[in-house]
Write a protein that binds this ligand. Sequence first.
Ligand code: KDO
Length: 329
Amino acid sequence: MTAYPNRRDMIVAGTSAVLSGIPLGALAAPVKLRLSSPASATDARAVALLEQFAPAIKEFATFEGHWNASLFKQGTELEAIARGNLEMSITSAQELAEFFPEFSIFSAGYLHRDAEHQKKVFASSLFQPFKKKVEDKLGVKLLSVMYLGRRQLNLRTDKTIRTPADLAGVKLRMPGSEAWLFLGKALGANPTPMAFTEVYTGLQSGAIDGQDNPLPTNKDAKFYEVTKQIVLTSHLVDLNYLAISKKVFDKFSPDQQKLLQKAADDACEWGRQRQLKLEAELEQFFKDKGLKVYAPDLNAFRSHVQAQYLNSKFSKAWPAGLVDQINKL
Ligand code: KDO
């Protein structure tokens, strides 16, 4: 595999090329890493990539963020990378579960305890076979885990929600993949598939009764402008995986690969701390905006959701004993 030239190599090659009369355009341009995501450019994960990841790799690669699903629709990025039409994405266990059902374990309600637990699971030996399968079968390398935050119910109605039974008939928007729709059903609601970029207008028009996202997303997407309450279910301590094409990654030199991996880990940690800080201060922000913000009967939600998963076809795809291993981390 030829390694990509870094800027220094290119300057040296450039001058010798000019001296020997080779047109400069013949030299390889710096590697462009296009990332497509439904996230906005002001979301903490995007800011982490733009302000931390991009500068750290600029010697040998150019990061190009395409936000608000402007390059590929939400949920189509992994296939685009597999086909060589995209280099990076912010993917999810739910999207990966479309290709590998066993990934749904990492998207199960009330499984991950917190951000640190997500890091432990991603770095643990139990996760390595999952990473390898995605590399071998899809040609996608999961670089690092990103903290998206604890998902909370966010409704345009003001009916008080205490238990899953109170969500009967509520049209709860979920992202379009099967694992997401199941989470909406497990919560007791009527799950309605809709792309992230359509949620604001869906809430505004009443096409949906509510959505579920972490507090930082709710603020960044301004969902609080078109909703009346936030129910602190914390039903999923949600994560994303920063993903890169394995083919593209393998062309970098070992040193460049180490730098890129470190840049990914550092950016994801920076984003994690920023999301955690936002989560701590946003409950008051939403109350000041006039929303009701309260905790429901958490035991009722936790036991109902966990029972739904354990009795579902999803848990049949989970390797035996893996839930216990994850809980022990
Ligand atoms: C969403 O569509 O609700 C979701 O939170 C799903 C996540 O996996 C991720 O795609 C996220 O949207 C986007 O990054 C926008 O924040």
